[in-house]
Design a protein around this ligand. Structure first.
Ligand code: XMP
Length: 319
């Protein structure tokens, strides 16, 4: 019977068999897939697992702290946190094109990860949160059948020089199965059922050149939006929701004065497969509350807009 408990039991046996007494490295992103792999491998091989969590400065508010609390503090997983914000921002300086940004972020990630990995002795295996749809997608793109619109750097971006054998315990599973495994493994519900977050993170939600000032504003705006979606019980009725930073200035009033500040766009969609999506018909009261909070609480924002574009022709992300 394919219950989550049975899959976990089988995978633990397989991993132990494959790895023996050797060491495994895992890039932990905080996303569902790598989180489930971390929890699973920790159960299977304990201290033979070392995770590397790269903070690229493009994460959501408090994400780094949450990852460290969940894995290092509560579960006792060995996690190395690398603070690479300055390096990523430096590599993104002057880069405005979306695909060029993805490449810069992907390459920098590999550089940082590779660097960290080389400091750890005796590692023979690299674990990855590859799931079945990733396998299909990358097989399709190899034969040229897939219309690859964007480079999803979290699949197949393995440093060639590392010569590590792969451990991919989720290769045969669909997302909903991975989530059920996560719950069974004791991961927090909110982490397991969180909306997907792209590998390049806020890097593709800040239009054009990425700057720390923009990322800091966006993090705050996004956190307000997500908090209010939860409060209104709308978070799980949407498939993905987030704020986007528009590097455009707009006029507003505060008290007797006038201000000239940035614009935030809100995006929320409903979708089954992320190939097509409908913009979420959020209640006006909810949008009003989010808008008021963002403009009142964040000094650098003077205007909030709601994205009413569906996919196709628009994409879910703005870049
Ligand atoms: P689009 O914008 O293409 O997004 O409609 C479809 C889904 O893919 C996610 N996405 C990415 N995920 N790296 C990722 O890991 C990327 O570069 C990337 N671009 C888009 C997006 O968040 C949505 O869930």
């Amino acid at each position: 019977l394919w219950t989550p408990a049975k899959i976990i039991e089988d995978q633990i046996a397989r991993v132990r068999d494959q790895v023996g007494d050797r060491h495994v490295l895992l890039g932990l992103s905080g996303g569902v897939d790598s989180s489930v792999v971390a929890a699973l491998l920790h159960r299977a091989i304990g201290d033979q697992l070392t995770c590397v969590f790269v903070d690229n400065g493009l994460l959501r508010k408090d994400e780094g702290v949450q990852v460290m609390e969940t894995f290092a503090k509560h579960m006792g997983v060995k996690v190395i946190r690398v603070d690479a914000e300055a390096l990523f921002l430096d590599k993104l300086k002057g880069v405005a094109d979306p695909e060029a940004k993805r490449k810069a972020i992907g390459n920098t990630f590999i550089e940082v990860f590779d660097d960290e990995a080389s400091k750890i002795e005796g590692v023979d295996f690299l674990a990855q949160g590859t799931i079945y749809p990733d396998v299909i997608e990358s097989a399709a793109s190899k034969t040229g059948k897939a219309h690859v619109i964007k480079s999803h750097h979290n699949v197949g971006g393995l440093p060639e020089t590392m010569k590590l054998k792969l451990v991919e315990p989720l290769r045969e599973l669909f997302k909903d199965e991975v989530r059920r495994l996560g719950v069974e493994l004791g991961l927090p519900y909110d982490m397991v059922y969180r909306h997907p977050f792209p590998g390049p993170g806020l890097g593709v939600r800040i239009l054009g050149e990425v700057k720390k000032e923009y990322a800091d504003i966006l993090r705050e705006a996004d956190a307000i939006f997500i908090e209010e979606l939860h409060n209104a019980d709308w978070y799980h009725k949407t498939s993905q929701a987030f704020a986007v930073f528009l590097p455009v200035k707009s006029v507003g009033v505060v008290g007797d004065g006038r201000r000239y500040e940035w614009v935030i766009a809100l995006r929320a969609v409903e979708t089954i497969d992320f190939m097509t999506a409908r913009w979420a018909h959020l209640p006006y009261e909810l949008l009003e509350k989010v808008s008021n909070r963002i403009i009142n609480e964040i000094a650098g924002v003077s205007r909030v807009t709601y994205d009413v574009s569906s996919k196709p022709p628009a994409t879910i992300e703005w870049e």
